[in-house]
Design a protein around this ligand. Structure first.
Ligand code: HEM
Length: 195
């Protein structure tokens, strides 16, 4: 563990970085994770300018990040099946390991909440930035299974359906490749032509 003074120094540095880059768009960019101090909400970070923002480190951020890092670390213990629907996807994501299954069950509603509140993560990844822009047009039905979750994620908007399906493929890549995949950017469907 790091000492108190060091924690404060890191928190202040984090604040400075946050102010420098505006709203903390780099939340969870692998190279930009100065937030190793006290749990969000309890330390100086929790009440800082980034605590309120739509894009960046809010009170739940540290918990949510720990959860998806745990899932990435344990990616080999996760199985996933994706079925495309006309209006979205139906996915089953599970693990034989109860502690992993539990984290999957925590991760999905937390991310759905973020889609609804607009407090996103991973804004440096174009596909995720786009998903959070349209989160309110997405609907997720989450059913816990004995070993994980079944999710039906849909939208009435055809472009948003493409984002949902592209995102589901990225989750499958996270499951397959773990952190190697999490370090990559993922394109928004159709953006290849525009750029
Ligand atoms: C092995 C690692 C991971 C697993 C097993 C996992 C699992 C899931 C599942 C089951 C869903 C519901 C949608 C679907 O099934 O397609 C989901 C949604 C989501 N996940 Fe993850 N995830 C992982 C890693 C991550 C990481 C690293 C991030 C961000 C840094 C993340 C952010 C999100 C977000 C934002 C959503 C909601 C957006 C949407 O569905 O359009 N996940 N994840």
């Amino acid at each position: 563990m790091i000492g108190h003074h060091r924690t404060r120094a890191i928190a202040l540095a984090a604040l400075a970085v946050g102010l420098g880059i505006g709203l903390g768009w780099a939340a969870d960019k692998p190279m930009a994770e100065p937030q190793k101090g006290p749990p969000a909400g309890k330390g100086p970070m929790g009440k800082g300018p980034m605590g309120k923002g739509g894009q960046g480190k809010d009170a739940a951020f540290a918990t949510d990040r720990d959860t998806f890092h745990f899932l990435l670390e344990n990616h080999k213990a996760i199985t996933r099946n994706v079925k495309k629907l006309d209006n979205g996807v139906e996915t089953v994501t599970e693990s034989e390991k109860p502690e992993v299954a539990k984290k999957i069950q925590e991760h999905v509603p937390a991310m759905y909440e973020r889609l609804k509140s607009g407090k996103g993560v991973r804004y440096w990844d174009p596909l995720f930035a786009e998903a959070f822009k349209h989160g309110k047009k997405m609907k997720m039905e989450i059913t816990n299974t004995a070993k994980g979750v079944k999710v039906v994620e849909t939208s009435d908007n055809a472009d948003v359906v493409k984002i949902i399906q592209a995102h589901a493929e990225v989750v499958s890549q996270f499951v397959k490749n773990g952190f190697d995949e999490a370090h990559k950017e993922h394109p928004v469907p159709g953006s290849e032509k525009k750029k």
